[in-house]
Design a protein. Structure first.
Length: 213
């Protein structure tokens, strides 16, 4: 597999932006193995970039450097940032889009969305030890705590996705379909998937909740 497209900057994954490279230096990645670098980056994005459950519709809002400057974002934005940091650290990194059912959504949110499936949910893949390792760093420990979901440590021995169950055994996350592993964010197809998946959404209700774009 040609890993070159997953090592350099792209339109959204601006891995050579000064703010991205400066953050990589601050994470003290020198001397770590590629796997340990990827783990540290995923841990930082999960814990230090606030999760914002809100629709974003402009290209600029998905730039990795913009997400870093804002200090917050929803799953796809956080995945773009983690991808840029991975490449800045010399680890082949990709964006993965999938459909994930979130059984922990409050009923009023599910009703407003018209579904409990997060269409084109954004996670990451890092190429470590001759294979792609998938990791979901979207939700902060604080958000996971509010959902009564265990904060699992990241390790490259296996894919690290959101737990399927909450602490009390109730269902949480179900990854239903993986759409692809991307060198750059497929922005227009993603927006089309949002429009199709959330065609039954109550936009005024979402806007009242601060979710609608």
């Amino acid at each position: 597999m040609d890993l070159a497209p997953f090592l350099g900057p792209t339109a959204f994954v601006d891995a050579e932006h000064p703010s991205i490279t400066a953050l990589c230096r601050s994470l003290e990645l020198d001397g770590l193995s590629p796997g340990d670098r990827a783990v540290r980056i995923a841990e930082h994005v999960r814990a230090s970039v606030a999760y914002q459950f809100a629709a974003k519709r402009t290209r600029e809002e998905y730039l990795a450097s913009r997400v870093l400057a804002d200090g917050r974002g929803f799953c796809v934005q956080k995945a773009v940032l983690a991808c840029a940091l991975g490449r800045a650290a010399g680890v082949p990194s990709a964006i993965v889009l999938c459909d994930m059912r979130d059984a922990s959504l409050p009923p009023h949110v599910t009703a407003a969305l018209g579904t409990d499936v997060m269409f084109h949910h954004g996670i990451n893949a890092f190429f470590v030890d001759d294979r792609w390792w998938r990791v979901d760093a979207s939700l902060t420990p604080e958000v996971l705590g509010k959902k009564d979901v265990e904060v699992l440590p990241f390790a490259t021995s296996a894919d690290c996705l959101l737990p399927p169950s909450r602490k009390d055994g109730r269902p949480h996350a179900e990854y239903q379909r993986f759409h692809g592993t991307y060198a750059d964010l497929p922005f227009e197809p993603m927006l089309m998937a949002f429009a199709t998946g959330y065609a039954r959404a109550d936009i005024p209700a979402l806007r009242r909740m601060g979710i609608g774009g």
